[in-house]
Each structure stands twice: as C-alpha cells, then as structure tokens.
Design a protein around this ligand. Structure first.
Ligand code: PGA
Length: 248
C-alpha cells in the first residue's frame, strides 16, 4: 500500500558523465520541464567540476543539487579529496556516500562510509547513504546480512543523527544492468532497513530504491509502502526520462 502523506525524493546520479555543453542542455530541459510539487523533492548529484554550473543553473529552481562523494576528513594532506565544507560552499544539499561503485571500485569500507556520512552531516549536508548486496550475496540468500552490516555501521556511528540522513537501497546486480529488483524485492529490503533504523529512532528517514530505475518501472516501485523515491543513474542523463521518473 502506498503512503501518499509521505512525499517522494528522486535523486539523479550523473556518475562520471557530462560536459559543460551537454550539462547546459540537460539542465535547461529539466528546469523547463519540472514544476515544484509539495509531494516531491528532486535533486541532481553531479561531478565535482560541474557543481558551480549546477548551482548557477539550478539556484532559484525547485531542483536541488549535490555531489557523488565526500572526504571523511575536514581538511589537510588528502590530495584529490573534497571536504563536506567545500561542497556546502557550492550550495549542495545532498551528497552520495557509499555508492557501490566506491565500495567495490575504491575499497570503501563500512567504517569509511559511516565516517563520510558523519562528515556530511557536520557541514549541514544530507548524506544519501547507499547500501546493497552483490549478486553472489543475493544468490546465496544473504542480502539481509549484507545490508544489515552496511546500515548498522552507519547507525552505530551516527546514533540519533541517523534521522537526518537519506538511505538508498541499490542492489549491485541491478545497477546499470537493466535488471531491476521487482517492487516486492525492493519492498522486502526497504522494510528490513526501516526496522534496523528504528533502533536509532530513525524509522522515518526516506529510503530510496536505485538500480535501473526507468519511467516504465518507477511508478510500481514508488507505490511500495517503504519505497520513498529513487536514486537514478543512467536514466537521469535523459531529461524526458528523468522528468517522467520524478513525476511517477
Ligand atoms: P542505474 O544506476 O540507474 O544506471 O542503474 C543507479 C545508481 O548507480 O545510482
């Protein structure tokens, strides 16, 4: 059953895509096509070099913006890293932390992800904490252990501050593969995550689903009681598709 009293949040994750020219076209189409709705929040997480462009284009619009990663450290000798305070200076509202492409491609541990979420909160940003099992874990019937370990690390580190985060369930096997979790599979995991969050009095945090979300499947996913929106990769690069998902 859907919960119409709770709005949906739809976050686009551009990943490492775009160019100044292509972004300008995409941002203009999104601004022209999106009208503010009380039951919807929309945001775009863009590559660092385009944060100023996103700020300049989206400032004053109903679309928020953010980044795709943040350092766990405040400042210092961390070549190549970007602090939460720097992101705040560019008007970011959100930052993704613990995306599977960083957990699995860049060796980010549960502890690092939790530290990044804490750093984001410390600068007034909302971390979108990504969790999700691999195909091997799903096939072995171990999704519950995998996502529990990931979410518990964040709950342990943040405690009651968990209530100020957003969680995103992204099964690794569904990211960029065209293979989406069924609405029921998503609901089962989301309900489990909400139970884990209850311990930190954070059962009300939005829990987004991510992994091959498209206009064609967004409505069925968002209709699930514990699916509070979506984290959208590939489809967020297509204005018409992303607008249709945001309105689903
Ligand atoms: P996808 O990516 O929508 O292209 O599957 C989602 C994500 O990785 O956030």
């Amino acid at each position: 059953m859907s919960t119409p009293q709770r709005g949906k949040l739809v976050v686009g994750n551009w990943k490492m895509n775009g160019s100044a020219a292509a972004n300008a076209t995409l941002l203009a189409a999104l601004i022209a096509g999106w009208r503010a709705r009380p039951d919807r929040d929309v945001a775009l997480c863009v590559p660092y070099p385009y944060l100023a462009q996103a700020r300049d284009a989206l400032g004053g619009s109903p679309i928020a913006w953010g980044a795709q990663d943040v350092s766990e450290y405040a400042s210092g000798a961390y070549t190549g890293q970007v602090s939460a305070a720097m992101l705040a200076e560019f008007g970011c509202r959100y930052v993704l932390v613990g995306h599977s492409e960083r957990r699995h491609g860049c060796g980010e541990t549960d502890a690092i992800v939790a530290a990044k979420a804490a750093a984001a909160l410390g600068a007034g940003l909302t971390p979108v904490v990504c969790v999700g099992e691999t195909l091997a874990e799903r096939d072995a019937g171990q999704w519950q252990e995998a996502v529990t370990r990931q979410v518990d690390a964040v709950v342990q580190r943040l405690g009651a501050d968990c209530a100020r985060t957003v969680l995103a369930y992204e099964p690794v096997w569904a990211i960029g593969t065209g293979r989406t979790a069924t609405p029921q599979q998503a609901q089962d995991v989301h309900a489990h995550l909400r139970l884990r969050l209850r311990g930190a009095a954070a059962a009300g945090v939005p829990i987004l689903y991510g992994g091959s979300v498209k206009a064609a499947n967004a409505g069925a996913l968002f209709a699930q009681a514990d699916v509070d929106g979506g984290l959208v990769g590939g489809a967020s690069l297509d204005a018409a598709e992303f607008l249709a998902i945001a309105g689903a």
